[in-house]
Design a protein around this ligand. Structure first.
Ligand code: 13P
Length: 250
């Protein structure tokens, strides 16, 4: 039985005060059962203070990105060990906004994934197709490529610390959610692919989150699909009430 993971990707939202108030609202509204893992991913500038608030709660801390080098002349970048030093347990890598706006390649994402794992961070590895790719019938091929390239030289042992987030780009921030059946189809494809590359056991244990306009009113139907093990939430994680409602659905 895979544990559900609900992660909130705050993106470039919330200054320090807003971050503290959002996470406090989430913590105070959480139930006590641990049927699902809850992760918040604030911007870098809030990680340390959000960590002080979550450390005695069930909420885990994640970052939205990192660089693959350990240290040095990389202006504006943040390393895996820096993230660890402020209490991060997770890092989101390969988000479509990093790929499209900041030009991150599969090769870079692979380097980041390997560095994160080596540093003891768990990875939320994002994949997903554009609308044009879906309309051309290329969804499976695109997702397969992203996964094969992103997981180069990642062992089955390492895979245990990775969750894959399927985020169709056309559903991110658009209010257009993949239907539960559309999302399930790609999740099942990903699980089969992992079985081909690794093993049945790796595939069965892999947590695959869905992301793209997940909201309180569609979360339950998405999360009830057999291969959807959680959600990576953007817009709806910015208010405690809507994030808590999605957690309750899980
Ligand atoms: P939205 O929930 O705002 O569509 O964002 C999804 C996302 O990109 C999470 O990483």
């Amino acid at each position: 039985m895979r544990k559900k993971i609900i992660a909130g990707n705050w993106k470039m939202n919330n200054d320090l005060n807003e971050s503290q108030s959002l996470v406090s609202g989430i913590i105070s509204g959480l139930g006590s059962d641990d049927k699902c893992e809850v992760i918040v991913c604030p911007p870098f500038t809030s990680l340390n203070e959000v960590h002080s608030l979550v450390k005695d709660s069930p909420v885990k801390l994640g970052a939205q990105n990192m660089f693959f080098e350990e240290s040095g002349a990389y202006t504006g970048e943040i390393s895996a060990s820096m993230l660890k030093s402020v209490g991060c347990e997770y890092v989101i890598l390969g988000h479509s906004e990093r790929r499209t706006i900041f030009g991150e390649s599969d090769e870079w994402i692979n380097k980041k994934i390997k560095k994160a794992i080596e540093s003891g961070l768990k990875v939320i590895f994002c994949v997903g197709e554009t609308l044009a790719q879906r309309e051309e019938g290329e969804t499976d091929a695109v997702v397969k490529n992203q996964i094969i390239n992103g997981l180069q030289n990642v062992t089955s042992e390492n895979l245990k610390t990775i969750t894959i987030a399927y985020e169709p780009i056309w559903a991110i921030g658009t209010g257009k959610t993949a239907s539960p059946a559309q999302a399930q189809e790609v999740h099942a494809f990903i699980r089969n692919l992992i079985e081909e590359i690794y093993s049945k056991e790796s595939a069965e244990n892999l947590i695959i989150q869905y992301g793209g306009s997940v909201k309180p009113d569609n979360a339950a139907s998405l999360l009830s699909q057999p291969d959807i093990d959680g959600a990576l939430v953007g817009g709806a994680c910015l208010k405690p009430a809507s994030f808590l409602s999605i957690i309750a659905s899980a």
